[in-house]
Design a protein around this ligand. Structure first.
Ligand code: ATP
Length: 341
């Protein structure tokens, strides 16, 4: 759906030239939720603004659905932009217009006849869960409701791509989750391709299929979310993964666990991906004469299944413990005996 080749943006300021986006190339497939994560100043906002040419690139090309956005004149660009919706951190609603009229605005600009406009707005209000609020003004809505209006407005012209610029950063955690759920719902219902930028790994974990990590204008790491969670290569990526998972080693020293639980074996279980399920624990205690003590750990969900680490203690006859470990080795859960050895 989107192909980016050699994209750069240099801002010329009085004192210096800033290379905000530096020779960036990537492919985003149709129907994918693609997240770009980075710390402040990494170049995320510039990147997403280049995608619909709110900024003009210094170098490189952007193709959206086989159209080269970078070589378009203003007239063609205006039409092409109707295929790319965008939502913003601070919603960017028109305060003097009702919810209904905010959503109708892009349809008016596109010249959609009144009756058709009416129906489309009502459908959109329903889609984003704002039924009954069409007559309200933005000042009468909560942050989450305002972002729902922003989403409905962005979808008005049936875009193929939705760009999200830190769309949940101004919202509390619970509202963030409800907006993220709505984005997944829209992605699944409409097959919409979604590109989002964020500084929160929680957002990536919860809804993205693919992630790119940005640092100093470049993409330094990229891949399926679960892969990046499992094998983060760069220091910056490890820090983002720790945002969600914590670092079990840092939080609880293995030595403390060992001192407290001297009997049996201490085992680290690493849960990865869709075939994983935590029924493993009850299965072990049913199949083998082994007591399982859960000591410490964290499991989280991604779009591709569960991921995380758990420390357990197996108590019983050594032979039985060995058989239980052998059994786990035959499943998709990775197992490590005496993890600190
Ligand atoms: N209009 C501009 N003129 C000059 N420099 C700019 C401009 N816009 C961005 N920059 C610079 O480009 C770099 C990348 O900024 P950008 O806003 O894209 O990063 P970001 O990752 O989105 O950070 P944040 O999350 O803080 O917005 C920064 O060094 C910034 O100062």
């Amino acid at each position: 759906m989107i192909t980016i080749k050699g994209l750069s943006k240099i801002f010329h300021t009085k004192d210096q030239d800033v290379r905000a986006v530096d020779d960036l190339s990537l492919e985003i497939n149709k129907g994918e939720i693609y997240g770009v994560i980075g710390y402040s100043g990494a170049g995320k906002s510039t990147f997403i603004r280049l995608l619909n040419r709110l900024e003009d690139p210094t170098e490189g090309s952007i193709w959206v659905d086989d159209q080269n956005l970078t070589s378009m004149n203003k007239g063609k660009l205006r039409l092409a932009r109707q295929e790319i919706g965008m939502i913003f951190q601070h919603f960017n609603l028109l305060w003097s217009r009702t919810v209904h009229d905010n959503i109708a605005f892009p349809l008016e600009i596109a010249g959609v006849p009144r009756a058709e406009r009416q129906k489309r707005v009502n459908d959109l209000i329903e889609l984003v869960g704002l039924k009954g609020r069409g007559g309200s003004y933005p000042s009468q809505l909560s942050g989450g409701q305002k972002q729902r209006v922003g989403i409905a407005r962005a979808l008005a012209n049936n875009p193929k791509v939705l760009l999200c610029d830190e769309a949940t950063s101004a919202l509390d955690p619970e509202t963030t989750d409800s907006i993220l759920d709505l984005l997944v719902d829209i992605n699944e219902k409409l097959g919409l391709t979604i590109v989002l930028i964020t500084h929160e790994m929680h957002v990536i974990r919860k809804i993205c299929h693919q992630v790119a990590v940005m640092e100093q204008g470049k993409i330094v790491e990229q891949g399926e979310v679960l892969d990046v969670f499992l094998h983060p290569q760069r220091q910056v990526t490890k820090k983002f993964v720790d945002q969600v998972m914590g670092d079990p080693e840092k939080e609880t020293s293995m030595q403390v666990i060992k001192n407290n639980y001297e009997a049996g074996e201490i085992i680290r279980l690493h849960f990865v991906g869709e075939s994983t399920n935590q029924a493993l624990i009850s299965e072990i205690s049913r199949k083998f004469t082994v007591d399982v003590n859960i000591l410490h750990g964290k499991i989280t969900q991604t779009q591709k299944g569960a991921y995380g680490t758990m420390y357990v203690q197996f108590e019983g006859e050594q032979d039985e413990i060995n058989r239980a470990i052998h059994y786990i080795q035959s499943t998709s859960v990775e197992v490590e005996v005496d993890p600190d050895a």
